[in-house]
Design a protein around this ligand. Sequence first.
Ligand code: GDP
Length: 320
Amino acid sequence: MSRGLRAFVTGASGQDGSYLTEQLLAAGAEVHALATPDEPVPAVDGVEVHVGDLLDVERVRDLVTQVAPDEVYNLAALSSVARSWERPDVTARLNGTAAAALMESAWQLQQRTGRVVRFVQASSAEIFGEPDRAPQDEHTPIRPLNPYGAAKSFAHLSAHVYRQRGLHATSVILYNHESPRRPRQFVTRKITSTVAEIALGRAETLTLGNLDARRDWGWAPDYVDAMVRAARAEMASDFVIATGVGHSVRDFAAAAFSHAGVTDWEDRLLVDEAFVRPADATELVGDASRARRLLDWAPTVAFEDLVGRMVDADLGSLSG
Ligand code: GDP
């Protein structure tokens, strides 16, 4: 009996997971999400939620067998680089070894059923650490600088291992990607939410850490679209997903203040060493030429527009 495409998504309650499940459902796929008991169940109609922890390898293996997905998207992770310093062991397990265990489960399913299983690993620019060239591409040496990057590197390399083993395992090396759904622990949303408060007279100042760090910030739904394209590409591979344009944290703050109409912002922007990290890459900017060529992917939202959308969303939710 024929059936529609079935996807298994971990980390479905996060920013990317929510956009991904929406995109897959809109295209008619059957979506199964893995969520821990304390995670908010994805607020998307039609998602079948399975309660479980990615760290529980046996439970997840049983689930993969039962669901028998055509596509597996591994988005579950401890997502904050800053917090990975406080919990390096959990980061290593969740972002690293659990990903390899999920690849093994997908490979076993494929072996048993004889049907192709496509696996997408959400990798990160943090695997490159402090690269000696910009922009980075799929050939840039892997030299992480923090526990988050080290664990993501292990998962990234595991995708290579399973690709050799015959799994359609793709690693998408995602540069920073943002949206109004980004939690406030990330610098972009911290900036836009605080700037909105300042614009409405509810806060006075914005306190950040390293203002000179340069990042390549894109629009999260574009990055999720890249994941789906990568899953369905003929060949499994590594793909850098990025806009190719870098801006500093200061640039982001300036653009947000300007969009919100706050002109005296220089006096309101403070620095507190508490927000400066033990090690922080100077510049992470990606070259997504390979994704453009092989996935026909391109970012659709430029920096100023991204900042504007996030500020407007925060102004809207505070005023509404
Ligand atoms: P990450 O790249 O995944 O760690 O995303 P973040 O949004 O947390 O951090 C992006 C950059 O902003 C890093 O270089 C941080 O050091 C820098 N940054 C500067 N001030 C802050 C801050 O107050 N909070 C956060 N989260 N990052 C900050």
